[in-house]
Ligand binder design. Structure first.
Ligand SMILES: [Zn+2]
Length: 383
């Protein structure tokens, strides 16, 4: 499934058109038109009546702190949460959006609890009680993503988020990861406000991550974005994370940074997001510049394109124009993103083989492809 259309939409800035995105939130990637449609249809009040007005209220142009950014969701989530049709539709439209951006493989994340209105305590967004459980939310999103894969030719997998302020939800998140492990779900995440004191060590989160380790569920954690390098250390040592969401402040602890470099830790970098959330101060060197200099393992991602009024090109453009990133580096980081994806090994090899071919990289450089051929898994394009 997948890999047919996204590559046709060649990105004008990065010049690649075969991009891998690992850090993007479904609830931060909704079309304003869809929010307005469901607000009207369901009688949910919204702060604006037109797409432009809504974009201006939800969207950001200037830096804001992380809690200020998180407050943006209050404006529009009540229009989508607790509606079967809306939940499935945002998942489907997400895939369409990524196809237009030239993405070939994407891992999209969300909190099932924040879209539910039944068997969720406390009730999110002050919704009236309904009958959509977090479990059904995952089922609906999976349906939307799979139909999107079929129609738009982008390969999509999903990551379920625990929320820092609601550790009581986390054990169920781990259970849902297990239940839907072979229906798009490939990993678990911890999102929300990482400045909540001690939140990496709340027992609900720790138990959920232990369960994930036990069951072969891949793990990522938002850490070192607004928080310090200590949050990154906790994510690695206590939650056994395999990737770090953002991780910019890791570089403030040289010993930790060196250790993660040696372990080939993957950093999910979101450049434009880091500017608008204030997690990167523009008068300092961006951590991604250091990552590039050190040839670290990282990717470029949009995070919440609805709120940041962006596409993946915005992030490529920012690093290209302001930080001197080259096409060679874009290729390298996308190869690293594919290698650090949460796909099973055989699917990872297939994705890598496609990227090496698309980037015009010699087969000799692609151990993945050679291995794939040796093992008899001939990618379709070799025929
Ligand atoms: Zn994020």
């Amino acid at each position: 499934m997948g890999y047919t259309q996204g590559a046709n939409q060649k990105s004008q800035v990065s010049g690649l058109g075969w991009q891998v995105e690992l850090h993007v939130h479904l609830d931060g990637s909704i079309k304003p038109e869809t929010i307005l449609y469901y607000g009207r249809k369901r009688g949910v009040p919204l702060p604006a009546d037109t797409v432009e007005e809504l974009k201006n209220i939800i969207g950001m142009d200037k830096p804001l702190n992380l809690p200020g950014f998180l407050a943006k969701f209050n404006y529009y989530m009540p229009a989508i949460a607790g509606c079967r049709e809306a939940i499935k539709r945002i998942a489907y439209e997400f895939v369409e959006m990524k196809a237009k951006e030239g993405v070939v493989y994407v891992e999209v994340r969300y909190s099932p609890h924040l879209l539910a209105n039944y068997k969720v305590e406390p009730m999110p967004w002050n919704q009236p009680k309904g009958d959509i459980t977090p479990d059904e939310v995952v089922y609906l999103v999976n349906q939307g993503l799979q139909e999107g894969e079929r129609d738009f030719g982008v390969k999509v997998r999903s990551i379920l988020c625990c929320m820092r302020h609601q550790p009581s939800w986390s054990p169920e998140v781990a259970e849902l990861c297990k239940k839907y492990q072979h229906q798009t779900v490939v990993g678990i995440d911890l999102a929300g406000d990482e400045t909540i004191e001690g939140s990496s060590l709340f027992s609900g989160h720790v138990k959920a991550y232990e369960e994930a380790v036990k069951n072969g569920i891949h793990r990522t954690v938002h850490a070192g974005e607004a928080g310090t390098a200590e949050r990154v250390k906790e994510a690695v040592d206590n939650l056994k994370t395999e990737r770090v969401g953002h991780g910019y402040h890791t570089v403030e602890d040289e010993a930790l940074y060196k250790r993660l470099l040696e372990n080939n830790m993957h950093f999910e970098v979101c450049p434009w997001s880091s500017y608008l959330t204030g997690s990167w101060k523009p008068d300092t060197e961006h951590a991604v510049v250091r990552f590039k200099r050190d040839q670290a393992n990282y990717s470029l991602n949009t995070d919440d394109p609805l709120i940041f009024k962006s596409t993946l090109d915005t992030d490529y453009q920012m690093t290209k124009q302001k930080m001197g990133f080259t096409e060679e580096e874009f290729k390298r980081l996308n190869i690293n993103a594919a290698k650090s994806s949460f796909l099973p090994e055989d699917e990872k090899r297939e994705l890598l083989a496609l990227l090496y071919k698309a980037y015009g990289m010699p087969p000799v450089a692609s151990g993945g492809m050679l291995l794939s051929v040796l093992l008899g898994h001939r990618p379709a394009w070799l025929v």
